[in-house]
Write a protein that binds this ligand. Sequence first.
Ligand SMILES: Cc1cc2nc3c(=O)[nH]c(=O)nc-3n(C[C@H](O)[C@H](O)[C@H](O)COP(=O)(O)OP(=O)(O)OC[C@H]3O[C@@H](n4cnc5c(N)ncnc54)[C@H](O)[C@@H]3O)c2cc1C
Length: 276
Amino acid sequence: MMENGKIVTIPAVATIDEIKDEIPNVRTYYLSFDDKAIDGAFTFRSGQFIMLTVFGEGECAISLPPSPEKDRFHITVRSVGKVTRALGGLSAGDKVGVRGPFGNGFPFDEIKGKNVVFVAGGIGLIPLRSSIVHVLQHRKDFGRVILLSGSRTPSDIMYKYNMKEWQENCEAFYTVDNPTPDWTGETGFVHTLIEKAKVPVENTVAFVCGPPVMFNTVNQELMKRGLSDEFIISTLERHMKCGVGKCQHCAVGRTLVCTDGPVYTYRQIKILGEQI
Ligand SMILES: Cc1cc2nc3c(=O)[nH]c(=O)nc-3n(C[C@H](O)[C@H](O)[C@H](O)COP(=O)(O)OP(=O)(O)OC[C@H]3O[C@@H](n4cnc5c(N)ncnc54)[C@H](O)[C@@H]3O)c2cc1C
């Protein structure tokens, strides 16, 4: 019997129950552990990740988009290389392996009572989804909750099926770089939404995830408004092999992204001198 909160150190076999197409090249895989003791006891914090095995191909780090509470266990993966392309070739009923959860997770205990601003660029919404759902499940514990999401085109918007609910339960703004004739939302890069949403800076924390160019522009814009780099929080992505601080593949300066991260404040990232 696995205890709640224990880390799975050897890949546990899980079955793909269902696959959902999200956007081109990105799919969500709903998983259940074959060992029912693990299925009931696998707990994690928003912002943590797993090492996913595609048997015969290898392992890679993958975020956990479900809320730690009341959510179906799933991962969302973009096919980019050896392991993720092999995953893309699997079907419902096929098996994968899961180790974890690993990493530090988002600092939820420290942000109670604050305004929370989520800023996502493209598939940056994958690591943020868990926190968004978690915050909305505990809506009364936070001040204003704002979601700013930017995508290249309307067909690149992640988790479209959550859009209506999120728009009803928080201040959610969506923008696209290249609109189609039927697009009725905002147009322009995601940082332009910061002004439109009148993002507060007092008692505020921002979670920012997305490609480096977006990350830098958004952070500059938030800091220009007066938000301290201490309250801008993000995840770093590095090639990982072990996930448990042994192999040093994910070392950035003195930090190991797998064990010290992947969640860092922008102040920490700047000190690392990391080129993001
Ligand atoms: C904490 C964390 C969470 C993540 N969460 C997700 C997630 O939820 N969903 C998701 O889709 N992805 C996620 N990733 C990214 C994912 O782990 C990587 O894309 C991983 O490399 C995919 O493995 P692969 O074998 O498919 O691709 P790889 O074969 O590793 O190739 C991936 C890309 O990296 C390049 N590459 C290959 N080897 C190297 C190298 N040695 N140095 C530099 N570049 C190289 C390739 O050209 C290719 O563009 C996450 C990464 C981290 C660290």
